[in-house]
Design a protein around this ligand. Structure first.
Ligand code: G3H
Ligand code: 13P
Ligand code: ZN
Length: 336
């Protein structure tokens, strides 16, 4: 049993409290490898932002659970070496689907976990979440739950339609499950194709898709029911056109990729939404860097040559999110 506090990590309680009252959101970035982790820590440390490092079940399978945990421990020291003397870094399980997985992460030193029972019937979701909360809280690990269904692929369950969170359920759910934060469905979805072309309009000049707006009315209803309670948005990549264009220019094929417009995320950050999940944008920036470098330099075969470019694109992307979208720059409790 490893306690996250011994690793220099923090849970999400204090960072969320400040984010809700301060009208900004904490970035929750997924990582699967060294370059993504380096980029996340470089951007968040330079800008003195709290940050949540997210590890999915798929990331654990890809990179090895033990290795990822030690990488997160190393991230705290890396942040300090970059001049961020009081980093606030949470290590979070993204989309945990069983009690056993949640327990394994708590025991390994995670400071925060998500139990995603959103595909289960309401009472089963409460029961599973409650069980995870009881275990995690013994070690002061915070728990995110989910109510409502996002469209797209989530936890290997593909859902054609999103089902918005029902505001009338959130009080009962949060009380009986004991969760510390709640992921809701208001129209975001996972991946780089968040909306089908028929759900969008098209810009007549550029031909690009313009997605429908998020359901802010649902968010406001939920906020009214649970004043000050931390709300989480999954599926919040904005799918920056500049990376999609680079990918398509250098041999990729991502037609009609579309994300959540940044102004909508900025608006959500100012509300009770205090955690915004971004994974796909990192994948896009990374792939853009790799494709561009290899296309321009067919003679390259050292992974550092293209890894460096990919990492720089990711740093640029993470910095833009922190500064211009989530508003978490200079929001460490102690910025010295
Ligand atoms: O919500 C899903 C995250 O983007 C993680 O994706 O399960 O492919 O690692 P993954
Ligand atoms: P995106 O696919 O929009 O990056 O969402 C990531 C996410 O919600 C991780 O849990
Ligand atoms: Zn998610």
């Amino acid at each position: 049993m490893v306690n996250y506090k011994d690793l220099g990590l923090v849970n999400t309680r204090e960072m969320f409290k400040r984010a809700v009252s301060g009208g900004y959101a904490i970035p929750a970035f997924n990582f699967n490898n060294l370059e993504q982790l380096q980029a996340i820590i470089t951007a968040s440390s330079t800008l003195k932002s709290p940050v949540i490092l997210q590890v999915s079940k798929g990331a654990r399978a890809y990179a090895n659970p033990i290795l990822l945990r030690y990488m997160a421990q190393g991230a705290v020291e890396f942040a300090k070496s970059l001049g961020c003397h009081h980093p606030e870094i949470a290590l979070h399980l993204d989309h945990g689907d069983t009690f056993e997985l949640v327990k394994d992460c708590v025991d390994l030193g995670f400071s925060s976990v998500m139990i995603d029972g959103s595909s289960k019937p309401y009472e089963e979701n409460i029961e599973l979440t409650r069980k995870c909360v009881e275990y995690a809280h013994k070690y002061d690990v915070t728990v995110e739950a989910e109510l409502g269904v996002l469209a797209g692929v989530e936890d290997e369950v593909a859902s054609e339609e999103s089902h918005y969170t029902k505001p009338e359920e959130v009080i009962d759910f949060s009380k009986r499950s004991g969760c510390d934060s709640l992921a809701i469905s208001i129209g975001t979805s996972h991946g780089a194709y968040k909306f089908k072309p028929e759900q969008c309009t098209r810009d007549p000049k550029t031909g690009r898709l313009i997605p429908p707006p998020l359901a802010f009315n649902v968010l406001h209803e939920i906020e009214k029911k649970l004043p000050g309670f931390p709300i989480v948005l999954h599926g919040s990549s904005s799918v920056p056109q500049k990376y999609v264009d680079i990918i398509n220019k250098y041999g990729g094929k991502l037609p009609d990729a579309v994300g959540i417009p940044e102004d909508q995320l900025r608006k959500a950050s100012k509300s009770a939404v205090c955690k915004i999940n971004i994974d796909s944008d990192s994948r896009l920036a990374y792939t853009a860097g790799v494709r561009e470098t290899l296309a321009n330099h067919p003679e390259y075969f050292d992974p550092r040559q293209y890894g460096k470019v990919a990492r720089n694109y990711m740093i640029e992307m993470y910095e833009e999110k922190i500064k211009d979208v989530l508003g978490s720059e200079n929001k460490l409790a102690n910025c010295d």
